[in-house]
Design a protein around this ligand. Structure first.
Ligand code: F0G
Length: 462
């Protein structure tokens, strides 16, 4: 009924609300200085619009909360577990399902069972915890994004794809025997929220079969990937998002899923597998480290919220309105004079800070400078994906090797902010873009050796 209209309506109305804080510019300046000029150190009650992550930050539905009230908290064999398991089996087709408290637990358990020291895990792009868990298993990561991903401005529809030629070369080359796993991240969070095409997944599946290498999906945003396939890939426009998602799972040997994104839940994840032996090894590890295999560290009420969330997330009206809202924000931001990685994905927009702030060297962290300015001007929290996060620095915190791009990610929580909140974000960016030379660079004051961006403290350069 709404299909012919240009206004895209979210398929819900709002029943429970939470107040958001409004601080003065002076209060924000003081709060940001006390936080060491690092958005991760801010308190949530100092933030007006929080776009730090789309993970675990979504709103639940009345049906999810009703289901949560029915949560069965039995230690083993709870009703809620069977509801969760059946929902996941039905969606993925995998016979073996293990619940975990979040995605990175799935990564740790599967990689420690599957990867041997010295082996290689190949991906379109590893997420940061995924990379860390591969390394913790003694193996190494290799990212092979498709060449189109390097052009931030092009409108190629599937810039999340893996470079098939490069993958084929690695598998057939001298390092081929060392490849212990091919992992496809859908959508590609590390590279502009770009989707992966079904054609690419099919080709990866065929290559992995030929070389007898396991092929898994990191499917945190499986529904959003399915939506973009439906919109952009020939032959899928009359498939439901759920059918597309199921088909994607069927192409792989298993999956690791953080349910804090497309599970529409504050917490949770799962491992889905075809192979019974691998499942048995993972189950033993799960019981020792996360919890019995019918709850995996989750409460019965969490399992219920997720089982219901997995139904709601593939709704056409929901996905259409979420994608439209993100695309609308991209248009507003671009019209305000700030470039974003194109084309717009669904869960996040990536601002091209390097282009907006050419007066700042990578060593002055232009991405971090723009993210800081968004907080100082508008109380908007987000984080950079640039040299602060990905660059190499020496012991004195001097930048040795910049990141390829200086980006800022605006991650959009699910069902939380209205278009008015997003208008406010675009207006704040528009004000910054009117005189970008005003934006100051930053230098590092102190930083931990590992996962620098979370705990780094900085100061503005005078
Ligand atoms: N894989 C991808 C693609 C992710 O984006 C994340 C988390 C994980 C795995 C790990 O899942 O957080 O449940 O342990 N991404 C969040 C983000 C943190 O903000 O992008 P987790």
């Amino acid at each position: 009924m709404t299909d012919e209209m240009s206004t895209v309506l979210p398929p819900y109305r709002i029943k429970v609300v939470e107040p958001i804080p409004f601080l003065t510019a002076d209060e924000r300046r003081a709060a940001y200085a006390a936080a060491g000029h690092n958005p991760f150190n801010l308190r949530a009650d100092q933030i007006t619009v929080d776009l730090l992550s789309d993970s675990g930050t979504g709103a639940t539905s009345a049906e999810q909360e009703a289901a949560a009230a029915r949560g069965d908290e039995s230690y083993a064999g709870a009703r809620s577990w069977f509801r969760f398991r059946d929902e996941v089996r039905d969606l993925t087709g995998y016979p073996h399902v293990l619940p975990v408290h979040q995605g990175r637990a799935a990564e740790r358990i599967v990689f420690s069972a599957l990867l041997r020291p010295g082996q290689i895990c190949v991906s379109n792009t590893h997420f940061d915890t995924t990379h860390a868990n591969v390394e913790l298993a003694g193996a190494h990561t290799l990212d092979l994004p498709c060449p189109q991903a390097r052009d931030l401005d092009s409108d190629e529809p599937f810039k999340g794809d893996i470079d098939l030629g490069a993958l084929a070369d690695v598998l057939a080359g001298p390092d081929g025997d060392r490849v212990g796993l091919v992992l496809m991240t859908i959508t590609n969070n590390g590279l502009g929220a770009q989707p992966v095409s079904m054609a690419n997944l099919e080709a990866v599946a065929a290559l992995c079969r030929r070389h007898r290498v396991p092929f898994l999906l990191d499917a945190a945003r499986f529904a959003e990937n399915a939506w973009l396939v439906r919109e952009r890939e020939a032959g899928y426009s009359d498939w439901t998002p759920r059918q597309i998602a199921t088909r994607a799972f069927q192409l792989a040997d298993g999956c690791l899923v953080s349910l804090k994104k497309d599970g529409l839940a504050p917490v949770g994840g799962f491992i889905g597998l075809r192979n019974a032996e691998l499942y048995a090894v993972c189950e033993a590890n799960l019981i020792a480290t996360e919890g019995f295999s019918t709850y995996g560290g989750l409460a019965g009420q969490d399992l219920e919220r997720i089982a219901q969330g997995l139904r709601e997330v593939v709704d056409v009206h929901y996905l259409r309105s979420r994608a439209a809202s993100t695309a609308r924000l991209a248009t507003l931001i671009n019209e305000a004079g700030v470039d974003t990685v194109r084309p717009a994905g669904v869960h996040a927009l990536y601002l091209n800070a390097g282009r907006l702030l050419p007066h700042l060297e990578p060593a002055q962290f232009p991405g971090h400078s723009l993210a800081s300015e968004l907080y100082l001007r508008g109380g908007i929290r987000c984080a950079e994906l640039g040299s602060l996060y990905l660059g190499a620095v020496d012991d004195e915190h001097r930048l040795l090797q910049p990141a390829p791009f200086e980006l800022v990610r605006l991650a959009i929580p699910r069902r939380v902010y209205t278009d008015a909140h997003l208008d406010y974000v675009a207006e704040t960016l528009g004000r910054i873009a009117k005189d970008p030379e005003r934006v100051r660079g930053y230098r590092i004051v102190s930083a931990p050796a590992l996962l620098r961006h979370f705990k780094v403290r900085l100061e503005p350069i005078a």
